[in-house]
Design a protein around this ligand. Structure first.
Ligand code: ZN
Length: 339
């Protein structure tokens, strides 16, 4: 009961990439880069294992950014044609590449990284992929002419990738969909269908991570406009509860989401975010246990997995390490209390 995991990204060591950045430049290249990524993944696997985290992640050490890391080797994308686009419904501008031809995945993207992690931990392994809607909100369309059509094309490629990760022994495949909170109607209209396409035929656990974004200034400013209660989840949770996705990962620590909305996901396992990623302050184990306990009012403990609110990538490395340790301690505290 009360397994533990992390949402996904973890900081890159400063010898591998520029620290505390969302789109960091690598500090190594060629074979040295691959070796560095593997060493960094090993360090994070050990950190998670030491903290008692049950389902560990590579911390996304093999990719520069959670969306563009998947896109780098996909054919049909022009990386010279960069477009400045207001993303997450114009919350902030990003320089994004452009889709200019039918999309194709000529080779595995994350297979080698996943295999490396599988060979180096006996814990359950989670691997994250960007969700189709979030990809489409982080790239310009110069070919498909319709966002749902482009999302389905990406979903097809994500499905090829996910099947390969599953075959390599990955236990949980999570799709990151921070865009869900920005386009609530689209989630119901085509977002869940695109997720279904991406997860078709998978037998491993599938998860979707929805959040109010990394703890960067643009997101913190946006959250200030959302009012006293953040009820965005409410609009599409019924559709998500009817979906075939097994787990939903949500921001619950220091969040203004009324936890009663979790009651709308009664058929899902909930990855309860009990670690705030928007502050360097380290939670106490009691605070982590409090957040999990509050979620238990609306979710049976059997369906709760203790998690972080979001990726920890932009945080200083030592802060992320301490937050992972306390996540493990807080869950252990509550487990003990529940007997
Ligand atoms: Zn997130």
């Amino acid at each position: 009961m009360l397994e533990t995991t992390v949402a996904g990204s973890l900081p890159k060591p400063s010898w591998l990439a520029e620290p505390e950045k969302l789109w960091p430049s690598w500090r190594l290249e060629g074979d040295a880069l691959v070796e560095g990524q593997q060493d960094a993944a090993l360090a994070w696997i050990k950190c998670q294992e030491d903290a008692g985290i049950d389902i560990v992640s590579d911390g996304e050490q093999f990719r520069k950014h959670f969306v563009h890391g998947f896109l780098e080797t996909i054919e049909g994308i022009d990386w010279q044609r960069m477009t400045t686009m207001g993303i997450r419904n114009d919350r902030y501008d990003a320089e994004v590449p452009t889709v200019i031809a039918p999309l194709r995945r000529p080779a595995s993207v994350h297979g080698p990284g996943a295999k490396f992690c599988r060979d180096n931990t006996s814990h359950k392994l989670k691997f994250t992929l960007p969700g189709p809607m979030t990809i489409c909100d982080t790239i310009a369309d110069g070919h498909y002419g319709s966002r749902p059509d482009m999302a389905m094309a990406f979903a097809e490629l994500l499905n090829q990738e996910a099947r390969e990760l599953e075959a390599l022994g990955v236990d949980v495949i999570q799709f990151d969909e921070p865009a869900f909170n920005a386009f609530m109607d689209d989630v119901v209209e085509w977002g869940v269908d695109a997720l279904h396409r991406a997860t078709e035929g998978l037998k491993c656990k599938t998860a979707v991570h929805i959040c109010y974004g990394y703890g960067i200034k643009q997101n913190i400013d946006w959250k200030a406009t959302l009012g006293e209660e953040w009820r965005q989840y409410e609009d599409f949770f019924p559709a998500l509860n009817d979906s075939r996705i097994d787990q939903v990962s949500l921001e619950c620590a220091n969040s203004k989401v009324p936890l009663s909305v979790l009651g709308l996901l009664k058929d899902k396992e909930i990855l309860v975010g009990a670690i705030d990623v928007a502050t360097n302050e380290i939670e106490s184990p009691e605070q982590v246990a409090d957040t999990l306990r509050a979620a238990m009012e609306f979710v049976d403990p059997e369906r709760i997995v203790a998690c972080t609110n979001c990726g920890l990538a932009p945080l200083p490395r030592a802060v992320a390490e301490a937050k992972i340790a306390v996540l493990g301690q807080g869950a252990a505290l509550l487990r003990q209390e529940l007997g």
